[in-house]
Write a protein that binds this ligand. Structure first.
Ligand code: AHR
Length: 469
């Protein structure tokens, strides 16, 4: 079966690989992976369902697209489906921001922010009663708001002591003076039954270093009797975007602002050459033994809303608050989430290269070497890839795309001289690595994987990796 992905950017002429005697070389089963999780995206929300399936949603701007995967590190290449897009009564909706999927009272709910013909951003709710959120029907339940009906984004749900709360970022009035955090009690998954209570406003220097001042992206994780509300502050369009922490006890009255205690310093901020980490979510490893943070950063220093998604584990402090550490350096491999199968990594410098390609040292590359695709004529890299059984595999490429016009380039992949795939390689600059993934079909035993880049240049390949699907 041939699979073609519509090419965007540079469409390459696909030439079937030539026959060649290729060295047999084994794979390196790696118990680590490199960020990024998604080479493009923001406000990543990951929900690990009771059956272990990961559901993943991020801001697309124009719809609600759900992905699902059995692995955390491979969520971007999971099965995906557009659950909802503006149409009919919602045809004027736009700027769809930061959707979250929750499973409440045995039904699926998606919360998202959107503008409409008669209102700027407000929060809305979708519902699906099917057991499988990829099936059934997603119904638009309308706006979720308190009686003030003010600007609102980034709503999330907290369940404590059999009571359910909605926490969101909003304006006090009708003008964007600042974004505060509000909480209110819910009577059902689509209805707020209490007046909103302001529990936070930007106050510390690191929250008020850009205007308008911002507290947003509230996410909650409970440890023993401590409710940790980790939120994003400073400007999401700046390198200063950071995470802050407020805490309350599960025995507190959560509608009393005095119950919430804000730390005066950020708990997660730019570091290791990464900028603007924020609007995160919390999840756990497949075997539930580890806690993981999924967050976005600017694609490069000063990239503003050009953002991508990263993941890393985190620990806990003695006082049951999360110890998030710093964004892991992009050149540092991270142990795979506990319970995930090892990846099979094939280094580009160990593959068979066509003429005109060169192996170059790069301290940030796995094994310290990469292959530079110079773009002179037809360029291809042959890999012999061995898998233990037929099936679908996520094939990841770690690359740099430094083309001067910041175009997305396409990497063409040929499997056993019959299946062809195109991988979109977003611009990354030469300063940092990007990872993109594609689901490919492989047969048991040896598979010939050929990567081609026959026009344009500016791509440097570190390795390809396989993750069983
Ligand atoms: O990505 C869109 C918006 O950007 C999110 O809703 C908010 O958290 C951030 O400012």
């Amino acid at each position: 079966m041939k699979r073609y992905v519509m090419a965007s950017g540079i469409t390459l002429l696909l030439v079937l690989g030539m026959t060649a005697t290729l060295p047999n070389y084994g794979d390196d089963r790696m118990s680590n992976f490199y960020n990024v999780i998604s080479q493009d995206g923001a406000d990543p929300w990951v929900y690990k369902h009771t059956d272990g399936t990961y559901y993943y949603i991020k801001t697309t701007g124009n719809n609600v697209t759900l992905r699902r995967s059995t692995t955390l590190s491979g969520i971007e290449v999971g099965q995906s489906k557009v659950l909802w897009k503006p149409e009919g009564q919602t045809s004027s909706f736009g700027n769809i921001w930061a959707p979250e999927i929750h499973y409440l009272d045995q039904r699926w709910y998606v919360y998202f922010a959107a503008t409409s013909a008669d209102k700027d951003h407000r929060m809305y709710v979708l519902e699906n009663s099917a057991e499988d959120p990829f099936s059934g029907e997603w119904l638009f339940k309308g706006q979720i708001t308190d009686s003030t009906d003010k600007w609102a984004i980034d709503g999330t749900v907290l369940e404590v002591n059999e009571r359910r709360y909605f926490i969101w970022s909003g304006w006090e009035g009708d003008v964007n003076v600042r974004q505060n955090l509000y909480v209110a009690e819910m009577s059902n998954p689509w209805t707020i039954q209490s007046e909103r209570v302001e529990i936070s406003r930007p106050q510390h220097a690191w929250e008020t270093n850009h205007t308008p001042h911002v507290n947003e992206g509230p996410q909650v994780v409970v440890k023993n009797d401590t409710i940790n509300l980790v939120y994003s502050a400073s400007g999401s369009w700046t390198n200063d975007y950071s995470l802050g922490l407020m805490t309350a006890k599960i025995s507190d009255d959560l509608l009393d602002p005095e119950s919430w205690v804000k730390q005066d310093r950020p708990v997660f901020r730019s570091a290791n050459g990464l900028y603007g980490p924020g609007h995160h979510s919390f999840t756990r490893s497949p075997d539930d033994s580890e806690d993981w943070l999924i967050y976005h950063t600017a694609k490069w220093q000063g990239a503003g809303w050009a953002r991508l998604v990263r993941a890393q584990p985190y620990e806990w402090n003695e006082d049951d608050t999360p110890s998030l550490g710093k964004p892991v350096h992009p050149d540092e491999p991270i142990p795979i989430p506990s319970g995930e199968k090892p990846r099979q990594r094939y280094e580009a410098e160990a593959a068979s290269l066509s003429q005109g390609m060169e192996v170059v040292n790069d301290a940030g590359a796995s094994n310290g070497k990469k292959v530079v695709l110079s773009g002179k004529g037809e360029q291809f890299i042959y890999f012999d890839v061995y898998v233990e059984q037929d099936g679908a595999y996520a094939l990841f490429s770690r690359f740099k795309n430094g083309n001067s016009s910041k175009r997305t380039l396409m990497i063409s992949i040929h499997i056993n001289e019959k299946d062809q795939y195109l991988q979109a390689a977003d611009y990354s600059s030469y300063a940092t690595w990007i990872i993109t993934g594609t689901v490919v079909d492989l047969k048991k035993g040896k598979n010939k994987v050929v990567i081609k880049q026959t026009s344009g240049k500016d791509i440097e390949l570190d390795f390809i990796e396989l993750l069983p699907f």
